[in-house]
Design a protein around this ligand. Structure first.
Ligand SMILES: Cc1cc2nc3c(=O)[nH]c(=O)nc-3n(C[C@H](O)[C@H](O)[C@H](O)COP(=O)(O)O)c2cc1C
Length: 212
């Protein structure tokens, strides 16, 4: 697939020599550009790495469902493998890769739960089928057959016929607070641009350009 060099995206180009003070401003620009680029499938998909209770790393793709100065949020089953990992090691690394724009952003930071109100609001925004399926799935636990999964879905669907599906207590959001954020813009012959933001105790970020 054809890649679009950065000069074709002047509106979202990041000046690596004079970057904005706040990494979330730069993130917003690239995130919006990825959504505007019709060639990028799932522009909000990010790989989130965690550390299992026994110290082993694991990674999976989830969808970024919101961000602000507090960090980036995703929603999941908190009793999943990633949920078990985050209970013991509440830190994560999230990586966006927009290949068509030759861009990558890596977030690292501590993880907290989104508020109950935020989890409720996102739960309520999902189609009924998704809510039933989320309730029926004990994410990351074994299940014998697809038929068993579908039977669990049917049982729940019938139990809540004509009613709202309540959000399970173990379903909700996680937010990664940006302590370290790194931007990568690909260039010809591998002479890429890299920039890292490191959060200081006063909340401001130190910006450092890195060699590719
Ligand atoms: C494009 C894409 C988007 C996904 N989005 C989510 C998501 O937002 N939340 C989620 O729990 N799982 C999502 N998944 C499934 C996860 O990758 C993963 O299989 C699941 O969360 C269980 O992960 P775990 O066993 O490491 O906890 C997505 C998968 C793909 C491929």
């Amino acid at each position: 697939m054809m890649k679009h060099p950065p000069h074709e995206h002047p509106a979202s180009a990041l000046d690596f020599d004079h970057p904005p003070a706040d990494p979330m401003d730069a993130f917003r620009r690239w995130f919006d550009a990825a959504h505007e680029a019709t060639t990028v499938p799932n522009p909000n998909a990010m790989s989130v790495a965690t550390v299992d209770p026994d110290g082993r790393p694991s990674v999976r793709v989830v969808l970024c469902r919101g961000f602000d100065a507090r960090g980036i949020a995703f929603y999941t089953n908190r009793e999943s493998r990633k949920g078990d990992a985050l209970r013991v090691h509440p830190r994560a690394c999230a990586n966006f890769h927009w290949d068509q724009l030759d861009r990558q952003i890596r977030f690292e930071g501590t993880v907290t739960h989104t508020s109950e109100a935020e989890s409720d609001a996102y739960w309520a925004s999902r189609p009924r089928e998704n809510r039933v399926n989320a309730c029926a799935s004990q994410q990351s636990r074994p299940i014998a057959t697809r038929a068993a999964l579908e039977a669990a879905v049917k049982e729940l669907d019938e139990r809540f016929a004509g009613q709202e599906i309540p959000r399970p207590a173990h379903w909700g959001g996680f937010r990664i607070a940006p302590e370290r954020v790194e931007f990568w813009q690909g260039h010809k012959h591998r002479l890429h641009d890299r920039l890292v933001y490191l959060r200081q105790d006063d909340g401001r970020y130190v910006r450092t350009r890195l060699c590719p």
